[in-house]
Every structure is written in structure tokens, then in C-alpha cells.
Ligand binder design. Structure first.
Ligand code: NAD
Length: 503
């Protein structure tokens, strides 16, 4: 365990890190104990809560070598042995779930209930779901005279963002390890601490199960240096990236030089379409309930969810009523201390993202959209004791049209745009008028119409009448929202090569 000098401990976790987890050991970067480091800021208080080393291309080389050596052994293990490691990691996360939640709250501002639920317990569930899948997954099939065999793809570089830091690592690490691959993880520099806690879990789990320590390696550093070196490295077989479309393009271009397999989970600008109860009808039975659920989807995690349906499309006949209801619903919601339980919103996770969200709010007003709730948070609305934090009030724009930048670009904050449509063809056209294709939602009293409308939306996942998240079902993007899928059997396939034995 490392020194707790510097930023104070979070539970029993020491957030002042000087070493990387490589080859089953805590190792200083090549630059030594005095290697450069970056600080981690609590976005609610703007206080420093941790420090992590800034790695180099040489450190990437060490981590990839360790993963390559471990691969020789891990690739030959049985699915049952791999399942045992995954279950042990899941139990480890659950055993320290309070610390994970506190660490995630401190590093990126997710309120306590969010940090414990969808950020931490969901990550454990992902590891459990892959342990379970390993019991039933078909590794071979017969096609005529041929035997089709699935084999692990090799060393995986996982590059992850700050918005659901642990869960998004789990989606990659659990699937890659289940496949028999080994992994080098580079988390976001803005929220890297949960990954160090996860490495502590892996340390114990590898010891307990006899898995080679190099199955999971962790280093931190700038995307343009460490991320780039991973995408370039000739001994990396797969790059799995989650983050912005701009960075994803660079990763894919770099990885192309060595023809790596690339998985990309990128940005989104998803639409929630509210349909009238009958075709061309004048009523939406549960409009208040639907809008409340639609706003929950966006304001959850302060709008920093890649699949959030930030555009809400409403039929002409209920549009004016919907604007009033949405504005009232947004004003009802409160910002609050992220470390307290409750359904309040936390701050925006980083200073840069805070500036981005505020500039989009200004652009929305300048483009002629009608601001009906929220905007930059007044002093009086900031939670007591957190006056300096990166707070944005739940914000609603009405009268938004698809030519506005706030309708086209990912804002990644608690900002909803309301759009009016005249008929369902127009609704489908607005929903699909995006370079992105990640998520979506449809609400309709008639489930058959809801289902057929959902099929018209060109995205990787559509919620129908509030359908709940399924950890075993694939998620991913059409269009510029990405390539490939995560979670479940489809997520496992991303880390497997297919061999045909011709008899
Ligand atoms: P980001 O692209 O800035 O960073 C993501 C990761 O990529 C970080 O670890 C960063 O250091 C690294 N990186 C940056 N430039 C790189 C480069 N040139 N080469 C290699 N690595 C590089 O994204 P962010 O701001 O951390 O996260 C927010 C974005 O992530 C949003 O656009 C959001 O939609 C997207 N996201 C997508 C999904 C999904 O499943 N589709 C999930 C969560 C977040």
C-alpha cells in the first residue's frame, strides 16, 4: 500500500499514487519516484483529492510487455478458471463498494447514490455477467466439414473516459479477460483513482485464484502520449476506446498503421420521441410522467451520459403544455453535496467540461432557442459550502430546430432541447438528423406502434416506454457514435479471433 502523504485518504484508499500496477507489482514509472504527476480535482469543491503519475511511451512498453507475457498463460486457461477470476473481482468490488463510491464521488462529482449504484454495483454486475456467460458460451461450431474455433485476440489496450469511470472500465476488462485476452488500461487523467482501487482488487484476486499478475495492467498519463503509444504499439492487438468522437478518430487512424482491431464507443446526441396515443391523435395520456422520466434520463449524472436522450421530440398538439411541464420539472430538481445520499444533481466533472456546457447555453440563446429553465447557476442556488464548484442548473431550451448547434452537437451537461413535430415521418426525420447514432427512446400508449417506431431510429439502443437497462444486452453506436459493441456475448466477440479448421 502506498503513502497517504498529500491528499487525505478516502476511506482506507490512499489517493496519492506514485506507482503503476504492471506485471502484478506496484512499479514506479521509468522516470522514477519523482516522475511527473497530475492532480485530481473534486469538481464540487475544486480541492485536490488525489495525484497519479504521468506515464511515458517507455512505461507503455513495460505494461504491454507484461500483458504479452501473461497472455501466453492466460489464453490457455479454461473458461471456468477465467470465470473464477471475474467472480472474485466482482466480489472484491462489492466488498469495497463504499470506498469505490466515495472515490468516484470525489474524483468526478457523481452524487453518492449514483456513484454506488450505476457507477459501482453495475461494474460488479458486469464482471458477474461475464462469469455467468462463460458457463454457456459456445466456443466452437461445425459448418459442414469445417470446425469453427474462437480464440482470444491477444493484448488489449483499453482507453476510458471520466463520466462512468469504473463501469466503462468493467465493460472492457471483464469481456477481454473472459475471452482470454490480457489488458493494459489507461483511464482518464480526470478520474483515474477508481482504477487504482480496481488494481488493488485485481492484486488480491490474482493472488487468490492463481491468475498471472500481468493479466491486468494499469498506467496513467495524457491521451496524446500514453493513449497514442498504446494505439501505436505493435504488440497490442486490440484497442478498445471509449470517449469523444474526435479522440476516437485519432485512435483509429493511429491503430490503422498496424492494422489493429479497434472498438470505438463515442459520443451521442440521442432523441426521445413522444408519440400521440393514436396515429394523428391529440392526446398523450401520461405526458407529465413521460417528461419526468425523460428528464431523469438526461439530468442523471448531470447530463454526462453518452446515451442520454438530450433531444425531446413532441407532437404539435401537446407541445406547449409539454414545454411548461418540462420547465417546471427542471426547476423542481436541486443541486446538492455529492457526498450526501439523495437524487440531487452533482457538479459537472471537470473545469473544461463546465466551460463547454456554459458556452453551449450561450450559443443556444444566441441561436434563438427559448431558455425556459436553468442556465448558469446563481450563487444562491449553489449548495452550501460548494460555491466554487462547477455547477450547472438543470436547463431546458424550447423551440429548438435541427439547424441549431445545440441540436446537433454533444453538450454533455444537464441541457435538454425540446423540438416540435407535425407527424411521425417528421419525428423520425428529426430523430435521425444527426451524425451520431448511439441511443434513443420512444414513448407511446400503443406498444406495437412504439416498437415499430423504435426500429426507424438509426441507433444502437432504443428504450421503449422506459424499458430498463440490461447488462447482458449489447450497447454501441451506429454512424459516428462508434464501431463494435460492448456487454454480453456480442461484447465478448469483440475480443475473439475466429479460426476455421478445414478437415
Ligand atoms: P476524451 O475523448 O477526451 O478522452 C477519453 C480517453 O481518451 C481519455 O483516457 C483520454 O486521455 C484519451 N485520449 C484523448 N486523446 C487521445 C489520443 N489522441 N489518443 C489516445 N487516447 C486519447 O473523452 P472524455 O472527455 O474523457 O469523455 C467524454 C466523451 O466520452 C463524450 O464524448 C462521451 O459521449 C463519450 N462516451 C461515450 C460512451 C459510449 O459508450 N459510447 C460512454 C461514455 C462516454
Amino acid at each position: 500500500m502506498e503513502s497517504t502523504a498529500g491528499p487525505g485518504a478516502i476511506g482506507t484508499f490512499a489517493p496519492d499514487r506514485r506507482t503503476f500496477w504492471i506485471d502484478g507489482r506496484w512499479q514506479y514509472p521509468r522516470a522514477g519516484a519523482d516522475a511527473p504527476f497530475c492532480t485530481v480535482t473534486n469538481p464540487a469543491s475544486t480541492r485536490t483529492v488525489g495525484r497519479v503519475p504521468v506515464g511515458s511511451a517507455e512505461d507503455v512498453d513495460d505494461a504491454v510487455r507484461a500483458a504479452r507475457e501473461a497472455f501466453a498463460q492466460w489464453a490457455t486457461t479454461t473458461p471456468a478458471a477465467r470465470g473464477t477470476l471475474l467472480s472474485t473481482v466482482a466480489a472484491g468490488i462489492r466488498g469495497r463498494e463504499d470506498e469505490f463510491a466515495a472515490v468516484i464521488t470525489a474524483e468526478m462529482g457523481a452524487p453518492r447514490d449514483n456513484a454506488l449504484g450505476v457507477q459501482t454495483r453495475l461494474a460488479a454486475e458486469v464482471f458477474e455477467s461475464y462469469a455467468e456467460l462463460l458457463g454457456t458460451y459456445a466456443w466452437e461450431e461445425r459448418i459442414g466439414t469445417s470446425q469453427i474455433v474462437k480464440e482470444p485476440a491477444g493484448v488489449v489496450a483499453a482507453i476510458t473516459p471520466w463520466n462512468y469511470p469504473l463501469y466503462l472500465i468493467a465493460a472492457k476488462a471483464a469481456a477481454a479477460l473472459a475471452a482470454g485476452c490480457t489488458i493494459v488500461l489507461k483511464p482518464s487523467q480526470d478520474a483515474p483513482l477508481d482504477a487504482f482501487l480496481l488494481a488493488e482488487i485485481f492484486a488480491g484476486a490474482c493472488d487468490a485464484t492463481g491468475a498471472p499478475g500481468g493479466v491486468f495492467n494499469l498506467l496513467t498519463g495524457a491521451g496524446a502520449v500514453v493513449g497514442q503509444a498504446l494505439a501505436e504499439h505493435p504488440q497490442v492487438d486490440v484497442v478498445s476506446f471509449t470517449g469523444s468522437t474526435a479522440a476516437g478518430r485519432k485512435v483509429a487512424a493511429t491503430a490503422a498503421a498496424t492494422v489493429k482491431r479497434v472498438g470505438l464507443e463515442l459520443g451521442g446526441k440521442s432523441a426521445c420521441v413522444v408519440l400521440a396515443d393514436e396515429p394523428g391523435g391529440s392526446e398523450v395520456g401520461d405526458l407529465g410522467k413521460i417528461l419526468s422520466a425523460a428528464l431523469d434520463d438526461v439530468f442523471h449524472n448531470s447530463g454526462q451520459t453518452c446515451t442520454a436522450c438530450t433531444r425531446i421530440l413532441l407532437p404539435d398538439v401537446v407541445y406547449d403544455e409539454a414545454v411548461q411541464l418540462a420547465a417546471a420539472e427542471a426547476r423542481r430538481r436541486r443541486l446538492g453535496d455529492p457526498s450526501s445520499p439523495g437524487d440531487h444533481l452533482g457538479p459537472i466533472a471537470t473545469a473544461a467540461q463546465y466551460d463547454t456546457v456554459l458556452s453551449y447555453i450561450d450559443r443556444g440563446v444566441a441561436e434563438g432557442a427559448r431558455l425556459v429553465a436553468g442556465g448558469k447557476t446563481e450563487e444562491a442556488d449553489r449548495p452550501d459550502g460548494f460555491g466554487d464548484g462547477f455547477w450547472v442548473s438543470p436547463t431546458v431550451f424550447a423551440d429548438v430546430t435541427s439547424d441549431m448547434s445545440i441540436a446537433q452537437e454533444e453538450i454533455f451537461g444537464p441541457v435538454v432541447t425540446l423540438h416540435r413535430y407535425h407527424d411521425e415521418d417528421e419525428a423520425a426525420a428529426i430523430a435521425n438528423d444527426s451524425v451520431y447514432g448511439l441511443g434513443g427512446a420512444v414513448w407511446c400508449a400503443d406498444p406495437v406502434r412504439a416498437g415499430s417506431f423504435a426500429r426507424r431510429i438509426r441507433t444502437g439502443r432504443v428504450r421503449v416506454n422506459g424499458g430498463s437497462f440490461n447488462v447482458a444486452a449489447p450497447t454501441g453506436g451506429y454512424k459516428q457514435s462508434g464501431i463494435g459493441r460492448e456487454l454480453g456475448a456480442h461484447g465478448l466477440d469483440e475480443y475473439l479471433e475466429i479460426k476455421t479448421l478445414q478437415w
